[in-house]
Design a protein around this ligand. Structure first.
Ligand SMILES: [Fe+2]
Ligand SMILES: [Fe+2]
Length: 186
């Protein structure tokens, strides 16, 4: 990719907007595997857009689809659980010092595995009901709410290592990720 300027749609059908980001994540992952790409920049862009995308889904899309009875509470919680796993893999990637190491490559593959699983499942179990169980008007409303929240999170620099650490720590406390010994001691 020529540059890593994150697209910032203002609104649209929430299904289309979310799918555009999913394809963007895949393009960024491809660059993170490419030794000739600016992998430092690609990593920064992926951290910001991934966190903004997922948090905005949890705040503005999942609860509303549940309220409209398009998805169950369990499906929404499962999505949050997978976001937490993705954020944990993202944190490991952000903690890599350089980009030319085996550790970096391993962290990219770990994140790609978690992300590919989540994107597939979300498109099948959450976006499909959004396509069939709610009206076009609702999809537009959700699209605007999601895009607005996503843009605000991008403005806050939500993909910083400090913020990703805080999000992962919160997921451990809330039981979305298993409590580990270090967490218990601190
Ligand atoms: Fe998504
Ligand atoms: Fe998601």
């Amino acid at each position: 990719m020529a540059d890593y300027e994150i697209p910032r749609p203002a609104g649209g059908d929430v299904v289309d907007l979310i799918l555009d980001d999913h394809r963007y994540f895949e393009a960024l992952l491809r660059d993170l595997r490419d030794a000739t790409a600016d992998r430092e920049a690609a990593r920064g862009a992926l951290a910001n857009v991934l966190v903004a995308h997922g948090e905005a889904e949890e705040e503005k899309v999942y609860p509303q689809l549940n309220r409209k009875r398009a998805i169950t509470k369990d499906e929404a919680e499962h999505g949050e659980h997978e976001h937490a796993e993705g954020n944990e893999a993202l944190l490991a990637l952000l903690e890599c010092k350089g980009t030319d190491t085996q550790k970096f490559d391993d962290a990219v593959e770990e994140l790609a595995t978690a992300l590919n699983h989540h994107l597939g499942e979300e498109e099948q179990t959450i976006l499909n009901p959004a396509r069939t169980e709610v009206s076009e008007r609702v999809r537009q409303e959700l699209g605007e709410a999601w895009a607005t929240r996503r843009a605000a999170l991008l403005d806050e620099g939500c993909g910083s290592i400090t913020n990703v650490r805080a999000i992962v720590a919160r997921a451990h406390r809330e039981g979305l990720l298993p409590a580990d010994d270090e967490q218990a001691q601190s």
